[in-house]
Design a protein around this ligand. Structure first.
Ligand code: ACO
Length: 432
């Protein structure tokens, strides 16, 4: 990161100089940290489209060029050659682990895979129809009640390592238990002999009467999805984790708030919404043009789900990998899903339609991910919790980076431009 030139801001006839910050990939930003104290002005930036909240060394993405790298490593290489646990280590600790470090790290996952037996009662307290994201957010937050003994403002390395692994390992068990509860089957416990993804699949799909056959193709597809979802710099849920964490609340509570942010259909909930959309098109006779026209019609708020992205303006590199992965998995499993054919037709039209082309709207990571989960047998309302499992290392890495800022990160506290009533006097109710 460099700091070479300054930006000049002229306000009320006075010129102020603000530092220009240059990132390691040449990204340029104007440092406005002192703007208000110098000028008494603040900035207004709806949706933070132009505002950096931090300097981060975790993920680089170039939305115009369709580039995504974790700690410098291209996402395409990680998706092909790395494992989810190794990628998690890379994101959190900033380097690829040696074989000894990876062995130790993976060992901790087994050590912390169980949840406290008392927590099973919490699962039973939820209605059967509870959305898995509601269950997961509550469960993750309640971990802070089971592990309250840690100084979260400045955890020791040992404590941090333990909590990070607890989160990544237990989230898998919680998601599987939530699923089992929703279908009325007994919980299946984690197994030490299984790696991360097969362990999850086994907890989800095996039962005392019926073992689950773990196919390599399914493991590979799920691993790729988790790696692609593992981080995406300052997205809505990660920014939430950083903002909430900046108050120095514990990591479990910070991550729980990130899970809530991820839930929305404009963010991680889009994978569920994509399948809803494809099913609606199917029921409606498969007329994709009708839905494209609805999305273009400015008199409605209807949008094509899984299309468009705040930062990717050429293509989403994750979507490219996932599309390929969806085709391969469905072929290998012999799944003939009519929704895939609808998705392909929809994508082809979107890529040619001037409305979407002019606005740089392309299929995003969620356009095809739901089709993969569906082929694996994961129900629609579980898609976003699967995303949360994948995003866990990214949230943890950002929390760690935030807490390790020399002197501690400033508490997140945006300003506002007040546009309400000017001062007026209270009027008693009988005189209104
Ligand atoms: N369908 C139709 N039009 C769209 C879509 C869409 N999916 N997305 C954006 N547009 C249009 C907007 O109407 C707007 O048009 P206008 O300029 O004529 O007013 C223009 O494109 C720009 O849209 P914004 O909402 O300003 O873009 P923003 O960057 O704020 O939103 C977002 C990005 C939320 C992802 C948006 O594209 C969207 O709603 N997509 C569908 C939901 C989705 O797939 N979300 C998942 C994102 S990936 C993730 O979070 C993991």
């Amino acid at each position: 990161m460099g700091q070479e030139q300054t930006a000049k801001v002229i306000l009320d006839g006075n010129t102020f100089e603000l530092p220009i910050i240059i990132g390691s990939e040449g990204e340029r930003g104007i440092d406005i940290s002192k703007l208000r104290s110098l000028t008494n002005y603040v900035t207004l930036d709806h949706g933070f489209g132009n505002t950096s909240n931090c300097e981060s060394a975790i993920t680089f993405l170039d939305g115009e060029a369709g580039i995504l790298r974790y700690r410098g490593y291209p996402i395409e290489q990680l998706a092909e050659y790395s494992s989810f646990v190794e990628t998690a280590y890379l994101l959190i600790y900033g380097k690829l682990p040696t074989s000894e470090e990876l062995r130790e790290f993976s060992g901790l996952f087994n050590e912390h895979s169980m949840i406290h037996e008392d927590m099973k009662r919490l699962f039973n307290g939820f209605p059967v129809a509870a959305h898995p994201m509601a269950v997961l957010a509550s469960m993750i937050c309640s971990l802070s009640a089971y592990y309250p003994d840690i100084d979260m403002t400045n955890p020791s390395k040992k404590d941090f390592d333990r909590i990070a692994v607890q989160l990544m390992s237990k989230v898998r068990t919680m998601v599987a238990f939530a699923y089992k509860k929703s279908i009325g089957e007994p919980f299946v416990y984690p197994r030490e002999d299984l790696e991360y993804v097969p362990n999850l699949l086994n907890m989800l799909f095996s039962s005392p009467t019926k073992p689950y056959k773990i196919y390599d193709e399914v493991v590979q597809a799920m691993k790729v999805l988790f790696i692609l979802h593992a981080d995406h710099e300052q997205n809505c849920s990660t920014s939430t984790v950083r903002l909430v964490g900046s108050s120095r609340v514990n990591l479990f509570a910070s991550i729980s708030s990130g899970i809530c942010a991820l839930w929305g259909p404009l963010h991680g909930g889009a994978n569920e919404a994509v399948i809803d959309m494809l099913e609606a098109i199917q029921k409606d006779g498969g007329d994709v043009d009708k839905y494209i026209n609805m999305a273009k019609d400015k008199s409605t708020s209807y949008r094509l789900m899984g299309v468009g992205h705040r930062v990717y303006k050429s293509y989403d590199p994750r979507a490219k990998i996932i599309k390929q992965c969806a085709h391969e998995l469905l072929n290998k499993l012999g799944v003939d899903d009519p929704l895939l054919e609808i998705a392909i037709r929809l994508e082809e039209k979107v890529l040619k339609d001037p409305y979407f082309v002019e606005r740089n709207l392309y299929p995003n990571v969620d356009f095809y991910s739901g089709l993969i989960y569906k082929a694996i047998g994961i129900p629609k309302d579980m898609f976003t919790v699967m995303f949360a499992i994948g995003r866990m290392p990214g949230w943890i890495a950002h929390w760690k980076e935030m807490i390790e800022v020399p002197g501690g990160a400033k508490i997140g506290r945006p300003r506002q431009i007040y546009v309400g009533e000017n001062k007026r006097d209270y009027v008693t109710i009988n005189k209104r």
